[in-house]
Ligand binder design. Structure first.
Ligand code: SAH
Ligand code: SF4
Ligand code: F3S
Length: 456
């Protein structure tokens, strides 16, 4: 986190939700920096507090209000001493709830959605003039055209290439909170990638709600897909690893499969959410593919790159899901084999088509299915992690570990790993021999290379 001196104003940002929100929070800090705000880790004494929220699952709005209640005491304390603290709600709950937040939470000065934060300087000006601000527009000038250059993100950097979603899965709020699909132009992305690498990035994760729906215009006027974009970015000297997230099975095309075959820098790990293994449920979810089509895509990708491993998202207890439908999901998991997975109980989201469905699954049935599914995937990660023991992998050390003298990083397969290592290896790719494995993480040792310099 940046240094903070007394002359600077303190900015505290709390982030929930997906990588897009994490990215947006860092961009908000970039926009506010020229206004004199420096980010801090604690809310106490802050001059501005931003809650960057997520609306994806149950009780999102309630959680935000209780968080406002908790954090408000810092504002009250500051104001009791004659100071001022601006308090803002940003992100997907802000987009969904708009001025309802201002009505219910008098402490809040600003409410703004994910597509408007480039207008923060004007919003701050208004809020400082004691005007309460709500901004949930989808402006025609995209924020990407006006954002300042990103700050140094370190060795593992994120780059947003695509936003929004036009898929309208019947359970999901994202098309409503983030708006329509939008792809940034190729040259803007390549320039940003180069700057990130110049500033020390060794790995870049390309981000989008539907990252493989990417179709950005290139300088020659032609439209490029994600596969070609990855090819282009892989040419940047000094960039060692590329990842992308989150992708949709429907948008896995031949070019993307070819990129997994041809681009060595593309990590052998792919998060490809499937949600369910039942064709009936996939249909009512509006996922627009079958379970067998998913199996086929996995087979095609594995044929292109044999060491590729997969992770996925699952929803259990979608309306109408029977024991057989759940069993179909379990069978898909057994067939594919996942290196990690996120699984959730279905929760109805206001305003989505599934919220009107009536054949609901009982809460206790959902819990039992979730547990069964999680037990199976945990067995699979443990097996995968244990099979890694004894192997040597190139690990990017991203941060200090929990214990002194330890660094934390990820293997190419996105396994979390802790390694006793000197701090000077932070931000480097280092060969590590895997020595131990649990379902959640690996332990390893830095591989010592016997490098006997030859004298001339
Ligand atoms: N764009 C991605 C997913 C984004 S949301 C995709 O198409 O797969 C992240 C995950 O949250 C989803 O994959 C889904 O598993 C879960 N999710 C979304 N809405 C949900 C809901 N209403 N109830 C439970 N889980 C949900
Ligand atoms: Fe939501 Fe479906 Fe879009 Fe993913 S593809 S963001 S799950 S609507
Ligand atoms: Fe949540 Fe919005 Fe991301 S709802 S998952 S923060 S797109």
């Amino acid at each position: 986190m940046p240094n903070n001196t007394d002359t600077q104003k303190k900015l505290y940002i709390k982030t929930w939700g997906c990588q897009m929100n994490v990215y947006d929070s860092s961009r908000m800090a970039d926009i506010l920096r020229p206004l004199g705000y420096a980010q801090v880790d604690e809310p106490d004494g802050a001059d501005m507090m931003i809650l960057n929220t997520c609306h994806i699952r149950e009780k999102a709005t309630d959680k935000v209000f209780s968080e406002i209640g908790r954090l408000k005491k810092h504002k009250d304390e500051k104001e009791a001493k004659g100071g001022k603290m601006l308090m803002a709600v940003a992100g997907c709950v802000a987009q969904a709830e708009g001025d309802f937040i201002l009505k219910r939470a008098p402490a809040i000065d600003m409410v703004f959605g994910p597509q408007t934060y480039h207008e923060l300087p004007e919003m701050v000006l208004k809020a400082n003039g004691n005007e309460r601000v709500v901004n949930t527009e989808f402006p025609s000038v995209t924020k990407f055209d006006t954002l300042p250059e990103e700050q140094n993100q370190g060795a593992a950097a994120f780059l947003s290439i695509q936003e929004g979603c036009d898929k309208f899965c019947t359970f999901c709020v994202v098309p409503y909170t983030r708006g329509a699909e939008y792809s940034r132009p190729v040259d803007k992305i390549v320039d940003e990638a180069k700057r990130l690498v110049d500033n020390g990035a060794k790995e870049i994760t390309l981000l989008g709600q539907n990252v493989n729906a990417y179709h950005g215009e290139s300088k020659d006027g032609k439209v490029r897909g994600l596969g070609q974009l990855i090819e282009e970015i892989s040419g940047i000297n000094g960039l060692q690893q590329i990842r992308y997230t989150t992708s949709h099975p429907r948008d896995v095309d031949q070019e993307l499969i070819n990129a997994h075959r041809d681009v060595e820098k593309l990590a052998p790990f792919l998060h490809l959410p499937v949600q369910s293994g039942s064709d009936k449920i996939l249909k009512v979810m509006n996922r627009k593919h079958t379970a067998d089509r998913y199996r086929e895509i996995i087979a095609e990708l594995r044929a292109a790159r044999s060491d590729l491993v997969f992770s996925s998202d699952f929803i259990v207890g979608f309306p109408g899901e029977t024991d057989q439908d759940h069993e179909d999901t379990m069978q898909l998991i057994r067939d594919v084999g996942f290196a990690s997975a996120y699984s959730f109980k279905y929760s109805a989201r206001p305003g989505t088509p599934a919220a009107n469905m009536t054949n609901l699954v009982r809460e206790d049935v959902k819990s039992a299915r979730l547990l069964e599914l999680q037990n199976l995937v945990t067995e699979q990660y443990l097996e995968f992690n244990q099979a890694s023991v004894g192997k040597t992998m190139s690990v990017l050390f991203e941060r200090k570990g929990r214990y002194e003298g330890q660094l934390q990083g990820r293997t190419p397969f996105y396994q979390a790993i802790n390694v006793p290592a000197n701090d000077r290896l932070l931000g480097e790719f280092v060969d590590v021999e895997i020595t131990e494995a649990t379902a959640n993480a690996l332990v390893g040792e830095v591989k010592i290379i016997e490098n006997i310099a030859k004298s001339a």
